[in-house]
Design a protein around this ligand. Sequence first.
Ligand SMILES: Cc1cc2nc3c(=O)[nH]c(=O)nc-3n(C[C@H](O)[C@H](O)[C@H](O)COP(=O)(O)O)c2cc1C
Length: 185
Amino acid sequence: MKIMVITGSPNKEGLTADCGNQARLGAEASGAEVTSVCLNDLNIGRCRACNNGWGTCRDRHVCQVEDDFQKLHAGLKEIDGFILVTPVYWWDMSESVKAFVDRLRRCEALKGEDQFIGGKPVISVAAAGGTGNGCISCLTALEKFVDHVKGIKFDFIGVTRRNKDYKLKTIFDAGGTMAESLGNQ
Ligand SMILES: Cc1cc2nc3c(=O)[nH]c(=O)nc-3n(C[C@H](O)[C@H](O)[C@H](O)COP(=O)(O)O)c2cc1C
């Protein structure tokens, strides 16, 4: 089974990267083929709310703003499960994650069939390495996204500086458990 780990931090050696790595290792240990994507390495701009609010996202379920979004979006079709890891910025997801999920939900939310995330498990991780403030509101925002794209809410994991030692193990276990559940389907 194929799992994609998506991270959204500019920091390649920070908490977000550690969370993404643990998710990957856990999923791989349970036999998954893992693709890791760092959104900050891609050129994915903000949604333009084309025309008066909707572009081709509404009826054709593709984004008309051409950049690296199209290739990543198309690739999601082949993935069986997703792990999305964001640093907590301003009590919310990071800007790179927000740009991605804003555009993705528009393309996926109104699809009747051939959904790329709908019916597939998603683990959401919020890495709040500062005060820990906003970890829950960030997870709440991620929950709304998972809901909009009709994903299966497999887990929501909040990580702070104080709990990271055991939460990193939890993320490893979560990735592995999700991979196992996909393998058993
Ligand atoms: C612009 C910005 C806003 C941030 N806002 C918060 C916040 O609201 N709550 C918090 O706990 N940490 C906050 N932080 C700290 C990050 O969550 C922390 O540095 C985290 O480890 C970032 O992930 P990284 O290790 O991948 O860089 C903020 C950091 C930045 C750069």
